[in-house]
Design a protein around this ligand. Structure first.
Ligand code: C5P
Length: 319
């Protein structure tokens, strides 16, 4: 039996760091939106002679398979199933898992977390066992802060706490467009949070901007309405100063893109992907084509995708 699932990416529309806990983790408030850029996860079972789950990644040797969140997710489920059923010695067959990456890695779009959520959905079906209801706080602690959002399986949400508080919001109208620019460099989320803690505390309006956006989305927002919020949202990622401080060239790229596209650029998560908002994906594609034709130097080797909030795949990609 082979089971497949698409694992889509997210972007953050505003990200406020609202507190730091004693264990070093940060409390956040952010609007998460799923967008049309995806990985594909497949599980095959039973595989004779397979003792444990094995992950293979198609066409990309750079994706670590050892310790990958997909395996952490299946191992967590197996352990929970055994303790729930009291059958601590029960053997579940090893899963052969194949992952095709479409989401750039370490770029603020939570591909690994989305893959982990896809694995949590597929593995019980593959094993023919009851689904395990994992408490969101446990998901955030054991697999990562972005995982509860993907497990909730909603198009948009106001996410708080360490990621365990997920309030679903109405999806942004499917016509909206995002032009995503993922620079060549990568940033580690842990390093960005650590730098955030070292920098002087700055006045921030991120928390208010996130709350205001969530309020607008509760009553329904289309692409034009969202694009009208771009200026406020561009100033509403509290991790931006830390990301720019670790990778100053990111600041240069953002300035150049702001000029070339003539609109504000936002950063998703802890970076590095920067993005602009458009009333429709057609306009995002148009802007991307013009940028690639007329100002390829501004892109400095970046990967560009034009996506919408509904589709499973990008409408346009460069190069
Ligand atoms: O949740 P995730 O595994 O993506 O987080 C990576 C690292 O980022 C954590 O180990 C932690 O150092 C930092 N982090 C944090 N507060 C959060 C989420 C992540 O400090 N809410």
């Amino acid at each position: 039996m082979k089971l497949e699932r698409i694992a889509r990416a997210k972007i953050n529309l505003g990200l406020a760091v609202t507190g730091r806990r004693e264990d070093g983790y940060h409390e956040l408030s952010s609007v998460f939106v799923r967008v049309g850029l995806a990985d594909r996860l497949a599980m095959t079972v039973p595989v004779p002679a397979l003792e444990d789950d094995v992950l293979a990644v198609a066409d990309d040797a750079e994706v670590p398979t050892e310790g990958n969140l997909v395996l952490s997710a299946t191992h967590m489920l197996r352990e929970m199933h055994r303790s729930a059923s009291g059958a601590t010695e029960e053997r579940l067959p090893g899963l052969a898992i194949a992952l095709e990456k479409g989401i750039p890695m370490a770029a603020g779009m939570a591909g690994g977390s989305s893959d982990a959520a896809a694995a949590l959905a597929l593995a019980p079906e593959a094993w023919g066992i009851e689904r395990q209801d994992v408490e969101p706080g446990e998901l955030a602690r054991r697999l990562g802060a972005d995982v509860p959002f993907f497990v909730a399986d909603v198009d948009a949400a106001l996410v708080g706490g360490l990621g365990e508080s997920v309030e679903p919001l109405a999806a942004i109208d499917g016509g909206a467009g995002f032009l995503l620019v993922t620079p060549r460099m990568t940033l580690s989320t842990a390093a960005v949070f650590a730098r955030h803690d070292e920098l002087p505390v700055a006045m921030s309006a991120a928390s208010e901007a996130v709350s205001a956006l969530a309020e607008l989305m509760r009553s329904g927002l289309d692409g034009g309405g969202l694009a009208a919020q771009a200026t406020q949202l561009a100033a509403a990622n509290d991790l931006w100063p830390a990301a720019r401080s670790l990778e100053p060239v990111l600041g240069t790229i953002r300035d150049r893109l702001t000029d070339a596209l003539d609109r504000p650029l936002l950063m998703t998560g802890s970076g590095t992907t920067l993005f602009a908002l458009y009333p429709s994906v057609t306009e995002a594609v148009e802007a991307g084509r013009t940028l690639a034709d007329e100002a390829p130097d501004e892109l400095a080797g970046a990967i560009v995708h034009a996506v919408d909030p509904i589709s499973a795949h990008a409408s346009w990609r460069y190069p």
